[in-house]
Design a protein around this ligand. Structure first.
Ligand code: SF4
Length: 322
């Protein structure tokens, strides 16, 4: 794997025909060391921190089997309409003052209603004039006009997970398709937005599905790839699934670095499955994470993340937007 890492640093790129097998069979330590080497050489020492606010919660008509927000699942999740703009601005300012690099509003639903989209665009305009933090948005399957409006409102990256492989997608959701997601990502890119797209592992997919998802994301040319480990939620069809192992998280993260060597590989939900705040995953190819003082899935605060990553020698003292 070290030799493969050196080849990737020299310009080789993994394609679908390479297959998943070498990553499944590789010695885990060697795989992770190679991934760390690729990260150092091709991405440098920066770690990207992002935080999200749940801007609208619950009652989603879609049937994603992992999700607490779906109206098809009985999870007792808190439901509320689009948040008040002042609350979002306050939260964004807080995250910026703590040293977070990106801030996103995430909303439940297939898309946003006209009224909610207008509220979102207005908040982004305020955030981009009142804060210096980079802005992401996650509002489902938007139209061309809406992406254009988001970009004009100061958003520079759009989040839309493909969730899993094309083969496995119908096992996860049937109210929209993998192709709906790909088309949405391409629309966002066509309007000059960068894209953050990844998925969830531990939903019953095979290693070939994980490999396939990573190759698809590399081919699409997304900027940032979030990897979430499923945190099974009672009341969803995935509520009784066994939690994925730390070894599987590390192997997946490292494999993604070989396949998408220059992108941000972002560890998101499930970091608390790993020991020591997930330090090991940042030595296995990962160079971005979701953080925050309000998140229940990460289990780390902004301050503890910054302390850990600084002590590991990473650079967090930069701004994407000057
Ligand atoms: S579309 Fe989004 S909010 Fe709705 S069920 Fe799927 S993941 Fe959850």
């Amino acid at each position: 794997m070290i030799k493969l890492a050196e080849e990737i640093i020299a310009g080789r790129r993994i394609t679908r025909s390479d297959g998943a097998e070498m990553f499944i069979k590789a010695d885990l330590q060697e795989l992770c060391t190679g991934a760390d080497k690729i990260r150092q050489e091709l991405c440098g020492n920066r770690i990207s921190l992002c935080s999200i606010i749940n801007g609208k919660s619950g009652k989603c008509p879609e049937n994603c089997r992992f999700c607490a927000q779906s109206a098809h699942n009985c999870t007792g999740v808190e439901e509320y309409p689009f948040l008040d703009a002042d609350k979002v601005v306050e939260e964004c300012r807080y995250n910026e003052s703590r040293g977070v690099h990106r801030f996103a509003i995430v909303t439940a639903g297939r898309t946003l209603s006209e009224g909610d989209f207008a509220k979102a665009a207005e908040v982004y305009r305020r955030l981009s004039s009142e804060c210096r933090i980079s802005l992401c948005a996650s509002h489902g399957l938007l139209t061309d006009e809406q992406f254009e409006e988001l970009r004009r409102s100061g958003v520079d990256r759009y989040h839309c997970n493909i969730e899993t492989s094309r083969r496995n997608f119908p096992n996860i959701c049937t109210t929209h398709t993998y192709d709906d997601k790909i088309a949405c990502i391409r629309r966002a890119m066509a309007h000059g937005l960068k894209v953050c797209s990844g998925g969830i592992i531990g939903m019953g997919e095979t290693w070939e599905d994980r490999f396939d998802m990573a190759v698809s994301l590399a081919e699409l040319g997304v900027d940032s790839i979030p990897i979430n480990a499923l945190m099974p939620i009672k009341g969803t069809p995935m509520g009784d699934r066994e939690q994925i192992t730390p070894e599987d998280i590390l192997r997946t993260a490292a494999m993604f670095r070989y396949i998408a060597p220059e992108q941000e590989i972002r560890i998101a939900a499930g970091r608390r499955i790993l020991s020591d705040g997930g330090a090991e995953v940042f030595r296995s190819g990962v160079n971005a994470t979701i953080t925050g003082d309000m998140l229940t899935t990460a289990g780390n605060s902004i301050q503890s993340d910054i302390k850990m990553l600084t002590e590991m020698g990473f650079d967090l003292e930069y701004r994407e937007k000057e």
